[in-house]
Ligand binder design. Structure first.
Ligand code: NAP
Ligand code: ZN
Length: 360
């Protein structure tokens, strides 16, 4: 039995409250307390009651929210973890399909999996909880500090690039000297995921642009400049892009915007769909669009979640970028909230890239 304060919603109806909860029957060989927890569009969607697929754990009439978390080990009977270690709890827990059984619940083939803080499993926004060691990834390089809380969003980006690698290997995707120099990537959106996508696209060697349909704050522009990424405000530059695109990654979930850039894809171009927005207006795919997709060998791939390997690789990238661009990179966390504050779940702070709750 474990009584503590937690951020609680009722899924899928929504709402948000910070109150005492008494969660019984949870097992684990590592006791944790959160250091930082991040808030993303999924949390806000659940709180708004806009994510019909979210649900409470069985035997509970509420759901502890939160899936982006960096925690400290308080007690451990696992030989792999000691008090004081910093860890990231894995969000998605396997079901029984072949992909889940081989450690790839991100590719679950029957939907019989759970996600902490989202579908049928309590999340990480609570003062303390227990986990089994196999659900934890250790932060080896503690110098990344608060950037550790970006591991969960970053692991999605690493997995999507695994999809890119698979798809792009069907033909020669790179240039004549086997690099991606001169190849163009567009990341749609300017939220946390979009920035992490653009950093990785740049790392791969793409000529990388990030876009939105409004201007962005000075700190975001500085981040673009530090990483060598272009920003386009499409309200001021409606004819963008002048040249065909090789890779488009969408974090907006807006069909109209996606279709616009699908139409700009080059031969062997790849569109990775990542953002979701069930409330966005519908658009029509035309016969000419189908011709364009077929004749140019264009691939459209969805990418969701990630597996343990991607959390580990995500930490490596965060560590590298912290060393190379640490002073700028820390600006990706745009606001810190105290436990108990709930407004951040219902209102996106102006200029937000990533808002976090600081627990200690
Ligand atoms: P976010 O901060 O809300 O990012 C969405 C971005 O898209 C914002 O910058 C938003 O701009 C921008 N946007 C919306 N409509 C646009 C349009 N028509 N044109 C250009 N930009 C537009 O959320 P996030 O945390 O970075 O996550 C990004 C998306 O991925 C969300 O939809 C989230 O639900 C989804 N997601 C997917 C997975 C997965 O596994 N596939 C995992 C996590 C999150 P403004 O808000 O500035 O207007
Ligand atoms: Zn499965």
């Amino acid at each position: 039995m474990s009584e503590c304060k937690a951020y609680v919603t009722k899924a899928p109806e929504g709402g948000i409250e910070y109150r005492s909860v008494n969660i019984t029957g949870e097992e684990g060989n590592v006791s944790l307390k959160p250091v930082l927890t991040g808030i993303c569009g999924t949390d806000r969607g659940i709180v708004r009651g806009a994510l019909p697929f979210s649900y409470d754990p069985s035997n509970y009439d509420y759901l502890v929210i939160g899936h982006e978390s960096m925690c400290e080990v308080v007690e451990s009977s696992s030989s792999e973890f000691s008090p004081g270690d910093l860890v990231i709890p894995i969000v998605r827990r396997p079901g029984h399909c072949p992909n889940c059984l081989i450690g790839r619940p991100d590719n679950c083939s029957d939907g019989d999996k759970h996600e902490a803080g989202i579908t049928g499993l309590h999340g990480f926004m609570r003062e303390q909880f227990q986990e089994f060691d196999f659900n934890l990834v250790k932060i080896q390089d503690k110098s990344i500090g608060d950037l550790g809380v970006l591991t969960e969003p970053m692991k999605n980006v690493v997995k999507a690039f695994e999809v890119f690698e698979r798809v792009s290997s069907r033909s020669i995707f790179g240039n004549g000297i086997s690099t991606l120099e001169g190849k163009t990537a567009l990341v749609v959106g300017t939220g946390c995921e979009a920035f992490l996508y653009s950093f990785l696209a740049k790392d791969y060697g793409f000529d990388t642009t990030i876009s939105n349909r409004h201007p962005i704050e000075k700190n975001s522009l500085e981040m673009c400049s530090e990483f060598g990424i272009k920003f386009v405000d499409t309200s001021k530059d409606p004819d963008f892009p002048a040249k065909p695109l090789d890779l488009v990654i969408d974090t907006s979930g807006d069909p109209g915007t996606i279709l616009k850039y699908l139409r700009k894809l080059n031969y062997n171009g790849i569109l990775i769909l990542f953002g979701t927005n069930g409330r966005a207006p519908d658009v029509e795919l035309t016969g000419n669009d189908i011709d364009h997709i077929v004749e140019k060998n264009i691939t459209i791939a969805g990418s969701v979640d990630a597996a343990r390997i991607h959390y580990i690789k995500a930490l490596d990238y965060l560590s590298k970028w912290n060393r190379m661009h640490g002073d700028t990179m820390k600006n990706i966390i745009t606001s810190y909230f105290k436990p108990g504050e709930t407004s951040v779940f219902t209102q996106k702070p102006a200029g937000e890239i990533k808002s976090v709750i600081k627990w200690q």
